[in-house]
Write a protein that binds this ligand. Structure first.
Ligand code: BES
Ligand code: ZN
Ligand code: ZN
Length: 464
């Protein structure tokens, strides 16, 4: 599907977004009413004889345009039209593009006969193409980077394991002129990444630490991104119940978000240096598996008592965060992880949890980047009482809290133990356990991976 910004209408059908007020004054209002259309949000109505498709919106808010565009594109894809023209609302061009590209996304890799669509060309028509060209292009870059991230998350664990993930990352590096460094298990041993290695030990696939760098000439800021890349999380010896294990291919979504973000930044040509660090590991069972009761000396030299092998993400991240902080003096450090089921309990399935010490940074995301991008972010506050629950009687810290309540926060506070004092105010942790994957469509998200993190982080990085 191609998408183009133009200033005339040249397609099979024209799309109009109508509020109840606009419907009252519309020249086709009688026909639309006859067809049962009353402009309720996301309702679509074809008037084939008038080459018009109407879609209802509650008001002119971006969220409504995004959702309506997603519904419209789905209707168009199952029609016989080859092209369609959307009239651009200048304030909502980004939301419309998100709706069209992300709502029209399909992942058909494993279908022998994927449904075919006739729809080839989408035109966005406006009066001043020059004025809107930049916002149009930027929005397309970010939406396509989100689809790139979704594709990787949706890829099955049979195909996507730590070494093939590393290959994919090095291909992205080649395509987008990034520097790429990959550490296999031999190098990880040298680096003393014992926690990360322990998690991956029962897998037949070697764990990989991937480091991609985007380094433009006049970079004004340095950003470190860290991603949890569990290509599969069976839970390890603390095995997940059968029904919870299904969908655990998505446990690499943090790593995929980080890849999507560095792809977007390099294509937007932003003046910032970005480092993406990924811990790609598979959490499996076997005679060699790490165990509850083990004590691991992490790269930072802190010791961790393993009490649950299903709390593996934090063990991978603690080593990758430590490595990243040693390699790069960054202005900001952001990590992305499908870290806890508890985050979904706290905030619901649709919202990313943001944790950290800097009130200012949290505010930038929860208020600004979230609103600008249409991704939902909620703040989960650290506190000293929850921190105590991570105490271990035999090691420096336990990998799970002694009480389950506040599980997203205690996981975040576990990571905090591996953030160096000088970096405390520069760091935020994003738990995308709920927002990264869905089994029923919502907003511009279809079944499967959502690409969570790519849009809100790109939004933030554009403001630097
Ligand atoms: N990958 C899971 C978290 C998860 C759960 C992501 C559901 C997406 C959907 C993580 O590794 C995990 O298993 N966490 C445990 C932590 C617990 C053992 C303290 C959890 O959330 O149950
Ligand atoms: Zn787990
Ligand atoms: Zn996990």
């Amino acid at each position: 599907m191609n998408i183009k910004l133009i200033n005339e209408i040249k397609s099979d059908i024209k799309v109009e977004f109508l509020t109840k007020d606009r419907l009252k004054k519309h020249k086709l209002k009688k026909r639309l009413k006859l067809a049962g259309f009353c402009a309720s949000q996301d309702s679509v109505c074809f008037l084939h004889e008038k080459n018009t498709l109407a879609c209802g919106i509650e008001n002119d808010e971006a969220d409504n345009y995004r959702s309506a565009s997603a519904q419209t594109i789905k209707a168009l894809k199952s029609s016989n039209y080859k092209s369609a023209t959307f009239t651009v609302d200048e304030n909502n061009i980004q939301a419309m593009i998100e709706g069209i590209i992300l709502g029209g996304y399909e992942f058909n890799e494993y279908k022998s006969k994927p449904k075919k669509t006739k729809l080839k060309n989408i035109y966005l028509s406006c009066t001043d193409v020059k004025k809107l060209q930049k916002s149009f292009q930027d929005a397309v870059i970010v939406a396509e980077a989100t689809c790139f991230s979704r594709d990787i998350v949706n890829t099955i664990p049979q195909e996507l394991n730590p070494p093939s993930f590393a290959k994919l990352a090095s291909k992205l590096a080649k395509d987008n002129d990034l520097i790429c460094e990959i550490l296999g298990e031999k190098k990880l041993k040298k680096e003393k990444c014992n926690a990360m290695l322990a998690v991956g030990r029962a897998s037949v696939h070697e764990s990989q630490l991937i480091h991609l760098t985007y380094k433009p000439k006049n970079a004004k800021k340095i950003i470190t991104l860290v991603g949890k890349g569990l290509t599969y999380d069976s839970g390890g010896l603390s095995l997940k119940p059968a029904t919870s294990m299904v969908t655990m291919k998505m446990d690499k979504a943090g790593a995929c978000a980080v890849l999507g973000i560095i792809k977007a930044v390099s294509e937007l040509k932003l003046d910032i240096e970005v480092h993406a660090f990924i811990g790609a590991v598979e959490n499996m069972i076997g005679g060699d598996a790490y165990k509850p009761d083990d004590v691991i000396t992490t790269r930072s030299t802190k010791t961790v008592e393993v009490r649950n092998t299903d709390a593996e993400g934090r063990l991978v991240l603690c080593d990758v965060l430590d490595y990243a902080q040693e390699k790069v003096e960054a202005d900001y450090i952001f990590d992305f992880a499908t870290l806890t089921g508890a985050c979904m309990v706290a905030l619901g399935q649709y919202t990313t949890g943001a944790m950290g010490h800097s009130t200012k940074l949290k505010h930038s995301f929860v208020m600004q980047a979230s609103t600008d991008s249409g991704e939902l972010i909620g703040h989960l506050p650290f506190n000293r009482h929850l921190k105590k629950l991570l105490k271990s009687d035999i090691a420096d810290i336990s990998n799970v809290a002694s009480k389950p309540y506040g599980g997203a926060i205690t996981a975040g506070m576990f990571l905090d133990n591996f953030i160096k004092e000088k970096n405390k105010e520069k760091w935020l942790h994003f738990d995308i356990a709920g927002s990264a994957y869905t089994e029923s469509p919502w907003d511009c998200n279809v079944y499967g991976a959502t690409g969570a993190g790519v849009r809100f982080m790109s939004s933030f990085l554009k403001t630097l």
